[in-house]
Design a protein around this ligand. Structure first.
Ligand SMILES: *[C@@H]1O[C@H](CO)[C@@H](O)[C@H](O)[C@H]1NC(C)=O
Ligand SMILES: *[C@@H]1O[C@H](CO)[C@@H](O)[C@H](O)[C@H]1NC(C)=O
Ligand SMILES: *[C@@H]1O[C@H](CO)[C@@H](O)[C@H](O)[C@H]1NC(C)=O
Length: 228
């Protein structure tokens, strides 16, 4: 009896050191455009190396070395400028998440004598923000694109009419020549926010902001009331 209890305790300790069930997948849900942090639930030991991989191809995302404790982040277009790693815990943060970041992330922690894995299933939900506005008033579609980006575009409606663009590389703005938007729109070069002046009912509909051709956020603008 005493031996059985002892063995039970022993296996509990072993499981605590490793990661319990290796087939366990932690589900994480996040809204498009927001940030998510995947927690390792460990404090990095000196000799441990922590690496994050993405997808079935095990694309490298980020890693922190053993003794030197230096982090290295992916140069892959999908993750570049978007990931951060906590150098104490190895927690991975993905900012400005888009639907393409959905999928399986694998955490690998290795030291001289053991390797353990943990998996996270990240699901990115798209969100449409409702923005009511009275006809004749102006409306601002707020975003938080704080980092320098290559290309930020606003599109409108089912035809994906281009409303405004900032090309970060060329440091240039471009506004739509579409007569519904001509002379009416403005874009904040710090945040990417779009302003539409003197709204009319034909400005109602879906607006999408994308960063480097990937949808980042959606807004559903409803213009109502009479213009006096
Ligand atoms: C990940 O989550 C999605 C949505 O909940 C589900 O359809 C999919 O099967 C999950 N994948 C894994 C490997 O758990
Ligand atoms: C829109 O209106 C605001 C406030 O009246 C003004 O500052 C801005 O320049 C206008 N934008 C355009 C594109 O006309
Ligand atoms: C946008 O809002 C209008 C009015 O509330 C609604 O009828 C419409 O279905 C919404 N469209 C989308 C794409 O959410």
């Amino acid at each position: 009896m005493r031996i059985i209890i002892f063995l039970g305790l022993f296996s509990l300790i072993v499981n605590g050191v490793g990661f319990g069930d290796p087939d366990e997948v932690k589900s994480v849900s996040v809204t498009e455009g927001h940030s998510v942090t995947l927690h390792t639930d460990v404090v990095k030991q000196r000799d441990e190396k922590i690496v994050w991989y993405y997808g079935s191809e095990n694309t490298f995302v980020a890693r922190i070395n053993g003794k030197a404790s230096s982090t290295m982040l992916s140069d892959d277009e999908m993750f570049r400028d978007r990931v951060k790693m906590n150098d104490q815990t190895g927690d991975l943060t993905i900012t400005h998440i888009t639907s393409q970041h959905s999928g399986l992330y694998t955490l690998k922690i290795s030291s001289n004598n053991k390797v353990s894995y943990k998996r996270f299933n990240v699901t990115v939900h798209s969100e449409v923000k409702s923005v009511p506005v009275r006809e004749g008033h102006s409306v601002i579609l707020y975003t938080h694109v704080l980092e320098e980006r290559d290309l930020i575009e606003w599109h409108y409606g089912p035809d994906n009419t281009l409303v405004a663009t900032i090309d970060g590389k060329a440091n240039s703005f471009m506004f739509s020549d579409d007569e519904r938007f001509r002379g009416r729109v403005k874009m904040d070069d710090q945040t990417g926010a779009l302003m539409i002046n003197d709204t009319r009912s034909h400005h109602s509909g879906l607006y999408k902001i994308s960063i480097n051709n990937r949808v980042y956020k959606r807004f559903n603008v409803t213009v109502s009331g009479e213009y006096l």
